[in-house]
Design a protein around this ligand. Structure first.
Ligand SMILES: Cc1ncc(COP(=O)(O)O)c(C=O)c1O
Length: 393
Protein backbone atom coordinates (compact mmCIF):
# COMPACT_ATOMS: atom_id res chain seq x y z
CA UNK A 1 0.00 0.00 0.00
CA UNK A 2 1.42 3.40 -0.92
CA UNK A 3 0.94 6.82 0.61
CA UNK A 4 -1.39 9.11 -1.35
CA UNK A 5 -2.77 12.59 -0.79
CA UNK A 6 -6.12 12.63 0.97
CA UNK A 7 -5.98 8.92 1.76
CA UNK A 8 -5.71 7.78 5.37
CA UNK A 9 -5.62 4.07 4.74
CA UNK A 10 -2.05 4.02 6.10
CA UNK A 11 -3.53 5.17 9.42
CA UNK A 12 -5.97 2.29 9.98
CA UNK A 13 -6.00 2.71 13.77
CA UNK A 14 -6.51 6.47 13.87
CA UNK A 15 -9.68 6.85 15.93
CA UNK A 16 -10.37 10.55 15.42
CA UNK A 17 -12.48 11.04 12.29
CA UNK A 18 -11.22 14.56 11.49
CA UNK A 19 -7.58 14.73 12.53
CA UNK A 20 -6.40 18.35 12.28
CA UNK A 21 -3.70 18.39 14.91
CA UNK A 22 -0.44 17.64 13.10
CA UNK A 23 1.00 20.82 14.56
CA UNK A 24 0.79 19.07 17.95
CA UNK A 25 1.36 15.38 17.21
CA UNK A 26 1.24 13.69 13.81
CA UNK A 27 -0.16 10.15 14.01
CA UNK A 28 2.39 7.66 12.75
CA UNK A 29 1.55 5.76 9.55
CA UNK A 30 1.37 1.98 9.88
CA UNK A 31 4.48 1.18 7.76
CA UNK A 32 6.59 3.49 9.95
CA UNK A 33 5.22 1.93 13.14
CA UNK A 34 5.99 -1.50 11.68
CA UNK A 35 9.58 -0.41 10.99
CA UNK A 36 9.96 0.69 14.63
CA UNK A 37 8.51 -2.56 15.93
CA UNK A 38 10.81 -4.57 13.63
CA UNK A 39 13.82 -2.69 15.02
CA UNK A 40 12.82 -3.56 18.57
CA UNK A 41 12.11 -7.16 17.63
CA UNK A 42 15.58 -7.45 16.11
CA UNK A 43 17.00 -6.62 19.55
CA UNK A 44 14.73 -9.23 21.11
CA UNK A 45 15.95 -11.82 18.65
CA UNK A 46 19.60 -10.94 18.29
CA UNK A 47 20.69 -8.75 21.22
CA UNK A 48 24.14 -7.39 20.37
CA UNK A 49 23.82 -9.01 16.97
CA UNK A 50 21.11 -6.49 16.07
CA UNK A 51 23.50 -3.54 16.26
CA UNK A 52 25.01 -3.70 12.73
CA UNK A 53 21.52 -3.66 11.20
CA UNK A 54 20.44 -0.84 13.50
CA UNK A 55 23.51 1.19 12.53
CA UNK A 56 22.38 0.94 8.93
CA UNK A 57 18.97 2.21 10.00
CA UNK A 58 20.65 5.17 11.70
CA UNK A 59 22.33 6.12 8.44
CA UNK A 60 19.04 5.64 6.55
CA UNK A 61 17.30 7.97 9.03
CA UNK A 62 19.98 10.65 8.61
CA UNK A 63 19.62 10.46 4.82
CA UNK A 64 15.83 10.49 4.93
CA UNK A 65 15.59 13.55 7.21
CA UNK A 66 18.37 15.34 5.35
CA UNK A 67 16.60 14.80 2.01
CA UNK A 68 13.56 16.73 3.30
CA UNK A 69 15.66 19.84 3.93
CA UNK A 70 18.12 19.67 1.03
CA UNK A 71 20.95 18.44 3.27
CA UNK A 72 23.43 15.57 3.31
CA UNK A 73 22.62 12.82 5.77
CA UNK A 74 26.20 13.03 7.01
CA UNK A 75 25.42 16.46 8.47
CA UNK A 76 22.34 15.35 10.40
CA UNK A 77 22.53 14.42 14.09
CA UNK A 78 19.75 12.24 15.46
CA UNK A 79 18.64 13.44 18.88
CA UNK A 80 15.64 13.08 21.14
CA UNK A 81 13.59 16.13 20.15
CA UNK A 82 13.79 19.76 19.04
CA UNK A 83 14.90 20.87 22.49
CA UNK A 84 17.95 18.60 22.35
CA UNK A 85 18.97 20.31 19.11
CA UNK A 86 18.53 23.79 20.58
CA UNK A 87 20.48 22.77 23.68
CA UNK A 88 23.30 21.25 21.60
CA UNK A 89 23.87 24.57 19.84
CA UNK A 90 23.14 26.85 22.80
CA UNK A 91 25.70 24.96 24.91
CA UNK A 92 28.07 24.14 22.06
CA UNK A 93 29.07 27.52 20.64
CA UNK A 94 32.28 29.15 21.83
CA UNK A 95 30.50 32.14 23.33
CA UNK A 96 32.30 35.13 24.73
CA UNK A 97 30.68 37.07 27.57
CA UNK A 98 28.67 39.93 26.11
CA UNK A 99 27.86 38.14 22.84
CA UNK A 100 24.38 39.09 21.71
CA UNK A 101 21.64 36.73 20.60
CA UNK A 102 18.25 37.66 19.19
CA UNK A 103 15.10 35.77 20.18
CA UNK A 104 11.47 36.30 19.18
CA UNK A 105 8.50 37.07 21.41
CA UNK A 106 5.67 34.68 20.64
CA UNK A 107 7.95 31.69 20.03
CA UNK A 108 7.33 28.24 21.42
CA UNK A 109 9.36 27.98 24.66
CA UNK A 110 11.62 25.20 23.30
CA UNK A 111 13.35 27.85 21.19
CA UNK A 112 13.65 30.35 24.04
CA UNK A 113 14.24 28.57 27.33
CA UNK A 114 17.57 26.87 26.42
CA UNK A 115 18.91 30.14 25.01
CA UNK A 116 18.05 31.96 28.22
CA UNK A 117 19.82 29.29 30.29
CA UNK A 118 22.89 29.56 28.04
CA UNK A 119 22.71 33.36 28.26
CA UNK A 120 22.79 33.18 32.07
CA UNK A 121 25.67 30.73 32.04
CA UNK A 122 27.87 32.37 29.39
CA UNK A 123 26.92 36.00 30.12
CA UNK A 124 25.18 36.62 26.80
CA UNK A 125 23.01 39.65 26.09
CA UNK A 126 19.53 38.74 24.88
CA UNK A 127 17.78 41.03 22.40
CA UNK A 128 14.14 40.53 21.41
CA UNK A 129 12.10 41.04 18.26
CA UNK A 130 8.39 40.35 17.76
CA UNK A 131 7.58 37.43 15.44
CA UNK A 132 4.21 38.99 14.61
CA UNK A 133 5.92 42.04 13.07
CA UNK A 134 7.07 39.79 10.21
CA UNK A 135 3.50 39.11 9.04
CA UNK A 136 2.26 40.64 5.79
CA UNK A 137 4.93 42.99 4.50
CA UNK A 138 7.99 42.14 6.59
CA UNK A 139 10.27 44.90 5.17
CA UNK A 140 9.96 47.13 8.22
CA UNK A 141 10.66 44.26 10.59
CA UNK A 142 13.64 43.14 8.48
CA UNK A 143 15.05 46.67 8.67
CA UNK A 144 14.69 46.53 12.45
CA UNK A 145 16.52 43.22 12.48
CA UNK A 146 19.27 44.63 10.31
CA UNK A 147 19.74 47.49 12.79
CA UNK A 148 20.25 44.88 15.52
CA UNK A 149 22.69 42.99 13.30
CA UNK A 150 24.67 46.16 12.65
CA UNK A 151 24.90 46.74 16.41
CA UNK A 152 26.32 43.22 16.60
CA UNK A 153 24.54 39.88 16.94
CA UNK A 154 26.22 36.53 17.21
CA UNK A 155 23.12 34.44 16.53
CA UNK A 156 19.43 34.75 15.63
CA UNK A 157 17.13 31.93 16.80
CA UNK A 158 13.75 31.67 15.14
CA UNK A 159 11.04 29.12 14.37
CA UNK A 160 10.41 28.44 10.68
CA UNK A 161 6.69 28.63 11.44
CA UNK A 162 5.18 30.25 14.51
CA UNK A 163 3.25 27.67 16.51
CA UNK A 164 0.40 30.00 17.53
CA UNK A 165 -0.41 31.92 14.37
CA UNK A 166 1.12 29.66 11.72
CA UNK A 167 3.15 32.59 10.40
CA UNK A 168 5.97 31.31 8.16
CA UNK A 169 8.98 33.47 8.91
CA UNK A 170 10.95 34.85 5.92
CA UNK A 171 13.86 32.46 6.43
CA UNK A 172 15.62 33.30 3.16
CA UNK A 173 15.66 37.01 4.00
CA UNK A 174 16.72 36.34 7.59
CA UNK A 175 19.49 34.03 6.38
CA UNK A 176 20.75 36.58 3.87
CA UNK A 177 20.85 39.33 6.51
CA UNK A 178 22.60 37.12 9.04
CA UNK A 179 25.18 36.17 6.43
CA UNK A 180 25.74 39.79 5.43
CA UNK A 181 26.45 40.80 9.02
CA UNK A 182 28.37 37.73 10.18
CA UNK A 183 25.69 36.27 12.47
CA UNK A 184 24.47 32.68 12.56
CA UNK A 185 20.86 31.66 11.95
CA UNK A 186 19.36 28.93 14.11
CA UNK A 187 15.98 27.59 13.00
CA UNK A 188 13.49 25.56 15.03
CA UNK A 189 12.03 23.73 12.05
CA UNK A 190 9.51 21.45 13.74
CA UNK A 191 6.43 23.25 12.38
CA UNK A 192 7.73 23.20 8.80
CA UNK A 193 9.92 20.15 8.18
CA UNK A 194 7.83 17.47 6.50
CA UNK A 195 4.99 19.90 5.78
CA UNK A 196 6.65 22.09 3.12
CA UNK A 197 9.81 22.08 1.00
CA UNK A 198 12.76 23.52 2.90
CA UNK A 199 16.30 24.13 1.68
CA UNK A 200 18.75 24.89 4.45
CA UNK A 201 21.54 25.73 2.00
CA UNK A 202 19.57 28.14 -0.17
CA UNK A 203 18.00 29.81 2.87
CA UNK A 204 21.32 30.59 4.51
CA UNK A 205 20.46 28.61 7.64
CA UNK A 206 23.30 27.52 9.93
CA UNK A 207 21.43 25.11 12.23
CA UNK A 208 18.02 23.48 11.97
CA UNK A 209 16.46 21.39 14.73
CA UNK A 210 13.18 19.49 14.50
CA UNK A 211 11.46 16.85 16.57
CA UNK A 212 9.94 13.99 14.61
CA UNK A 213 6.51 13.82 16.23
CA UNK A 214 4.60 16.46 14.26
CA UNK A 215 4.83 16.92 10.47
CA UNK A 216 7.42 14.16 10.12
CA UNK A 217 4.81 11.77 11.61
CA UNK A 218 7.39 9.77 13.56
CA UNK A 219 7.01 8.91 17.24
CA UNK A 220 7.90 11.23 20.15
CA UNK A 221 11.49 10.97 21.39
CA UNK A 222 13.27 11.17 18.06
CA UNK A 223 14.40 14.31 16.25
CA UNK A 224 17.20 15.79 14.21
CA UNK A 225 19.71 18.62 14.24
CA UNK A 226 21.40 19.73 11.04
CA UNK A 227 24.47 21.96 11.16
CA UNK A 228 26.21 23.68 8.28
CA UNK A 229 29.56 23.28 10.03
CA UNK A 230 29.81 20.89 12.97
CA UNK A 231 33.32 22.12 13.66
CA UNK A 232 31.81 25.33 15.10
CA UNK A 233 30.37 23.41 18.04
CA UNK A 234 32.58 22.72 21.02
CA UNK A 235 32.27 19.05 22.03
CA UNK A 236 30.67 19.88 25.40
CA UNK A 237 27.99 17.20 25.04
CA UNK A 238 30.33 14.55 23.65
CA UNK A 239 30.61 11.03 25.01
CA UNK A 240 32.07 7.70 24.00
CA UNK A 241 30.44 7.46 20.56
CA UNK A 242 31.56 11.00 19.71
CA UNK A 243 35.12 9.87 19.03
CA UNK A 244 36.56 8.92 15.69
CA UNK A 245 36.55 5.12 15.49
CA UNK A 246 34.64 4.88 18.78
CA UNK A 247 34.35 1.08 18.67
CA UNK A 248 38.05 0.37 18.12
CA UNK A 249 38.66 -0.65 21.72
CA UNK A 250 35.92 -3.30 21.50
CA UNK A 251 37.62 -5.17 18.66
CA UNK A 252 39.34 -7.79 20.81
CA UNK A 253 42.87 -6.40 20.45
CA UNK A 254 44.27 -5.44 23.88
CA UNK A 255 45.66 -1.99 24.65
CA UNK A 256 43.25 0.01 22.53
CA UNK A 257 41.31 1.60 25.37
CA UNK A 258 42.44 5.14 24.83
CA UNK A 259 40.52 8.15 26.06
CA UNK A 260 42.54 10.54 23.88
CA UNK A 261 41.01 9.30 20.62
CA UNK A 262 40.23 12.42 18.56
CA UNK A 263 36.65 13.60 18.60
CA UNK A 264 34.64 13.28 15.41
CA UNK A 265 34.00 16.50 13.53
CA UNK A 266 30.48 15.51 12.42
CA UNK A 267 27.14 15.11 14.18
CA UNK A 268 28.51 12.38 16.45
CA UNK A 269 29.92 15.17 18.64
CA UNK A 270 26.46 15.85 20.02
CA UNK A 271 25.01 12.34 19.91
CA UNK A 272 26.93 10.82 22.83
CA UNK A 273 25.94 7.22 23.53
CA UNK A 274 23.68 4.47 22.22
CA UNK A 275 20.72 5.61 20.24
CA UNK A 276 16.93 5.37 20.04
CA UNK A 277 16.89 2.52 17.53
CA UNK A 278 13.11 2.14 17.29
CA UNK A 279 12.58 5.89 16.93
CA UNK A 280 15.17 6.11 14.19
CA UNK A 281 13.57 3.24 12.28
CA UNK A 282 10.20 4.96 12.52
CA UNK A 283 11.71 8.27 11.43
CA UNK A 284 13.49 6.77 8.41
CA UNK A 285 10.26 5.15 7.24
CA UNK A 286 7.98 8.12 7.92
CA UNK A 287 10.34 10.52 6.11
CA UNK A 288 10.45 8.04 3.25
CA UNK A 289 6.65 8.22 2.97
CA UNK A 290 6.77 12.02 2.92
CA UNK A 291 9.34 11.96 0.14
CA UNK A 292 7.18 9.47 -1.74
CA UNK A 293 4.15 11.79 -1.64
CA UNK A 294 6.39 14.83 -2.25
CA UNK A 295 6.64 17.93 -0.09
CA UNK A 296 5.61 20.24 -2.92
CA UNK A 297 2.43 18.22 -3.57
CA UNK A 298 1.69 17.99 0.15
CA UNK A 299 2.01 21.77 0.56
CA UNK A 300 -0.27 22.44 -2.43
CA UNK A 301 -2.84 19.96 -1.15
CA UNK A 302 -2.86 21.49 2.33
CA UNK A 303 -3.07 25.01 0.86
CA UNK A 304 -6.26 24.06 -1.00
CA UNK A 305 -7.67 22.43 2.15
CA UNK A 306 -6.92 25.51 4.23
CA UNK A 307 -8.22 27.94 1.56
CA UNK A 308 -11.59 26.17 1.67
CA UNK A 309 -11.63 25.91 5.44
CA UNK A 310 -10.54 29.51 5.99
CA UNK A 311 -13.26 30.83 3.65
CA UNK A 312 -15.89 28.81 5.53
CA UNK A 313 -14.65 30.04 8.90
CA UNK A 314 -14.49 33.68 7.80
CA UNK A 315 -18.09 33.40 6.59
CA UNK A 316 -19.03 32.26 10.10
CA UNK A 317 -17.43 35.25 11.84
CA UNK A 318 -14.00 33.83 12.73
CA UNK A 319 -10.92 35.99 12.20
CA UNK A 320 -7.94 34.39 10.44
CA UNK A 321 -4.28 34.80 11.37
CA UNK A 322 -3.23 33.62 7.88
CA UNK A 323 -1.32 36.26 5.93
CA UNK A 324 -2.73 37.55 2.64
CA UNK A 325 0.64 36.91 0.97
CA UNK A 326 1.60 33.33 0.14
CA UNK A 327 5.10 33.73 1.68
CA UNK A 328 3.79 34.02 5.23
CA UNK A 329 1.55 30.96 4.97
CA UNK A 330 2.16 27.52 6.36
CA UNK A 331 0.21 24.31 6.95
CA UNK A 332 -1.32 25.81 10.11
CA UNK A 333 -4.53 27.83 10.10
CA UNK A 334 -5.18 29.69 13.34
CA UNK A 335 -8.34 31.66 13.89
CA UNK A 336 -9.87 33.80 16.62
CA UNK A 337 -13.37 32.74 17.48
CA UNK A 338 -16.41 35.03 17.06
CA UNK A 339 -16.73 37.55 19.88
CA UNK A 340 -19.80 35.97 21.46
CA UNK A 341 -18.16 32.57 22.09
CA UNK A 342 -15.20 31.38 24.15
CA UNK A 343 -12.48 29.31 22.52
CA UNK A 344 -12.15 26.48 25.05
CA UNK A 345 -15.84 25.42 25.16
CA UNK A 346 -15.93 25.71 21.38
CA UNK A 347 -12.84 23.51 20.98
CA UNK A 348 -14.35 20.98 23.40
CA UNK A 349 -17.59 20.96 21.44
CA UNK A 350 -15.59 20.34 18.25
CA UNK A 351 -13.66 17.51 19.86
CA UNK A 352 -16.95 15.95 20.94
CA UNK A 353 -17.89 16.01 17.24
CA UNK A 354 -14.84 14.05 16.16
CA UNK A 355 -12.22 16.75 15.52
CA UNK A 356 -8.68 16.83 16.85
CA UNK A 357 -7.28 20.36 17.05
CA UNK A 358 -5.42 22.64 19.47
CA UNK A 359 -5.88 26.01 21.14
CA UNK A 360 -2.36 27.43 21.53
CA UNK A 361 -2.52 30.62 23.58
CA UNK A 362 -6.20 31.15 22.77
CA UNK A 363 -6.11 30.56 19.01
CA UNK A 364 -8.16 27.79 17.46
CA UNK A 365 -5.61 25.96 15.32
CA UNK A 366 -6.30 23.59 12.42
CA UNK A 367 -3.37 21.62 11.00
CA UNK A 368 -4.11 19.07 8.25
CA UNK A 369 -1.44 16.98 6.48
CA UNK A 370 -1.28 14.66 3.47
CA UNK A 371 -3.78 12.06 4.75
CA UNK A 372 -6.56 14.68 5.15
CA UNK A 373 -8.96 14.64 2.21
CA UNK A 374 -10.61 17.77 0.82
CA UNK A 375 -13.99 16.09 1.28
CA UNK A 376 -13.44 16.59 5.02
CA UNK A 377 -13.83 20.36 4.82
CA UNK A 378 -17.66 20.43 4.62
CA UNK A 379 -17.72 17.98 7.55
CA UNK A 380 -15.44 20.24 9.59
CA UNK A 381 -17.64 23.23 8.83
CA UNK A 382 -20.77 21.27 9.73
CA UNK A 383 -19.16 20.40 13.05
CA UNK A 384 -18.28 24.08 13.53
CA UNK A 385 -21.92 25.08 12.94
CA UNK A 386 -23.16 22.50 15.41
CA UNK A 387 -20.51 23.44 17.98
CA UNK A 388 -21.31 27.15 17.64
CA UNK A 389 -24.97 26.41 18.16
CA UNK A 390 -24.17 24.36 21.26
CA UNK A 391 -21.91 26.93 22.92
CA UNK A 392 -24.29 29.79 22.08
CA UNK A 393 -27.01 27.83 23.89
C1 LIG B 1 7.87 25.63 17.43
C2 LIG B 1 7.98 24.43 18.31
N1 LIG B 1 9.18 24.04 18.75
C3 LIG B 1 9.33 22.95 19.52
C4 LIG B 1 8.24 22.18 19.89
C5 LIG B 1 8.44 20.93 20.70
O1 LIG B 1 9.74 20.79 21.16
P1 LIG B 1 10.32 19.32 21.49
O2 LIG B 1 10.46 18.61 20.17
O3 LIG B 1 11.60 19.61 22.14
O4 LIG B 1 9.34 18.66 22.39
C6 LIG B 1 6.95 22.57 19.47
C7 LIG B 1 5.72 21.85 19.84
O5 LIG B 1 5.58 20.98 20.66
C8 LIG B 1 6.84 23.72 18.64
O6 LIG B 1 5.64 24.10 18.19
Amino acid sequence: MTAALGDRSLLPDLEVPLYLDHAAVGPTPAPALAAGIAAMQSIGRLGTGALPGLMETTEAARQAVGALMGARGADVALLGNTSAGVIAVAWGLDWAAGDRILLFEGEFPANVSPWLRAAEHFGLEVRWARAGDFAGEPQEALLGLERELIRGLRLVAVSAVQFQTGLAMPLGALGALCRKHGAELFVDGIQALGARPLDVGAMGIDYLAAGGHKWLMATPGIGALWARDWGRLEPRLSSWLSHEEPLRFLGGVPGRLNYDQPLALGPARVEGGLWNAAGQAVLAASCGLLAEVGLESIAQHVDVYLDLLEAGLLARGFGSARTTTAEGRSSLLSVVVPKDVAVIPLADALRARGLALSTPDGWLRFAPHWPNGLREVPMVLEAVDAALEEVRG
